[in-house]
Every structure is written in structure tokens, then in C-alpha cells.
Design a protein around this ligand. Structure first.
Ligand SMILES: [Zn+2]
Length: 232
């Protein structure tokens, strides 16, 4: 979470409570404004580049619904990170059951790292897309070319083409000035994973299911159907 406590839209920050799971407001207070670090915080900050030597404040937030507490770090540059309770690494959409194993491995890595590094997560989602298209036989040297070949091959509507481009683009740049910043909206990384599942469904599952049912139509009916004109 970035700048949760500075969002001017809310008098109190609103986010999903990890205890009661409600998106609700939280009371917040500064625990330590002196900059003096406890040994635990020192140990944590040494593992996180963003906060290493740049810790500014520690915040306590209390859920207005269930009163559970969470503890946050804020860097001198406004980055905010929840350190307690720990962020669940499994809180992201399940990979599609038809997703190839190698792609699934990269997908899960993208999901597990998304809160710590949204840009690394987006880059892994992009890699998963590239692996998926390679699996489907698109061997062009770049993801751009693979998508171009897929579109030239047909069966890609505007929505699917845009989905492919969103995953490619956000994974490529992560964040550029003037564009949507991943760090300001980490939910985008979850959306990229959802898009990957939709892409798997459209490119693998949907054709597989449709073809199975189409082939169950009696031969004579299939031969005289309008679909036969486009079926290979
Ligand atoms: Zn709560």
C-alpha cells in the first residue's frame, strides 16, 4: 500500500482489514516520530530497499469495524508498507486450471511478490504471457512480435487484443511518468493476473470446450452449417 495515510479523499484511511476482511476506515496514530529504530525494525528495513536508511515514521492503524491493529512503515518519500500482520502471499486469484505448468509457476511468483514489488510482479505477469504464447506455438523473438502473429492468425477480438497489450505494457515499463503508477495502485497487479486467466480461458479453454461440443453435432448437420465455411 502506498500513501494510504495521505489519501486526501478520506479523513481516515480506508483499506481492506486483514482480520475482518471488510473495506473499512481505520483510526491511525504515529507510533514513533523520532526516527529511532528498534532492533526489529532495523532488521526489517535492511531487507527492504525502499526503507533501508530512509525510514521516516511508524504508524499504528486500528480497524473501525473489528478493532484489530496493524503496524505500518512510512519512508521519507511517502512509501508505506504494512509489516504487521504480515501480508498473505496467497491472497491472489488462483491460476486457471488449463494454464500450462511452466506458466503457472511464473504466475504464482507474480502473485506472491505483488505486495512487496508491484513492478516485479507486473514484469513476471508479462513473462507468464510470453511463456503462454510460446507454449501455443508463437516462437517469434519478442512478445510484441508474438502478439502480432497471434492477431494476424485471427480469433482475437478487440477486448482480447487490449488485454494482451495491457499485460505486455505494464510488465514492460512498470511505471512511467504521466502513466498509471503501479506503486500507487497495487490492485493493478491482481488485475494483470485476472487478465492472464482470461487470456488462458480465451486461447485454450474456450476453443477446447467449443470444439468438443461442435464435434458432437452430427456430421450431416455440421456439413450444412454456416460454421463449416470458416471451420478448417
Ligand atoms: Zn477489521
Amino acid at each position: 500500500m502506498v500513501n494510504q495515510f495521505r489519501n486526501p479523499k478520506y479523513e481516515q484511511p480506508v483499506f481492506k482489514c486483514s482480520k475482518c476482511n471488510l473495506v473499512t476506515s481505520h483510526k491511525t496514530s504515529c507510533v514513533n516520530e523520532s526516527g529511532t529504530l528498534t532492533p526489529i525494525v532495523n532488521e526489517l528495513s535492511s531487507t527492504l530497499d525502499t526503507f533501508d536508511k530512509h525510514l521516516h515514521q511508524i504508524f499504528l492503524s486500528i480497524c473501525n469495524n473489528c478493532s484489530s491493529k496493524s503496524i505500518w512503515l512510512r519512508s521519507r518519500y511517502g512509501h508505506e508498507l504494512k509489516i504487521f500482520p504480515p501480508v498473505s502471499t496467497s491472497d491472489f486469484p488462483e491460476p486457471h486450471s488449463d494454464m500450462p505448468d511452466q506458466v503457472k509457476k511464473t504466475y504464482n511468483e507474480a502473485g506472491e511478490i505483488r505486495m512487496l514489488s508491484p513492478r516485479a510482479s507486473a514484469a513476471l505477469s508479462r513473462l507468464a504471457l510470453e511463456q503462454l504464447l510460446t507454449h501455443l506455438g508463437y516462437t517469434d523473438p519478442t512478445l510484441y512480435k508474438k502478439i502480432e502473429s497471434l492477431i494476424a492468425h485471427g480469433n482475437v477480438d478487440t477486448y482480447l487484443a487490449q488485454s494482451l497489450e495491457v499485460v505486455r505494457n505494464f510488465g514492460n515499463s512498470g511505471a512511467h511518468a504521466g502513466e498509471i503508477q503501479l506503486e500507487e495502485d497495487p490492485s493493478i497487479t491482481n488485475f494483470l493476473l485476472e487478465l492472464l486467466n482470461i487470456i488462458v480461458d480465451r486461447l485454450i479453454s474456450h476453443p477446447k470446450r467449443t470444439e468438443k461440443l461442435y464435434n458432437s453435432i452430427p456430421d450431416n448437420k455440421r456439413r450444412s452449417s454456416p460454421a463449416q465455411k470458416v471451420t478448417k
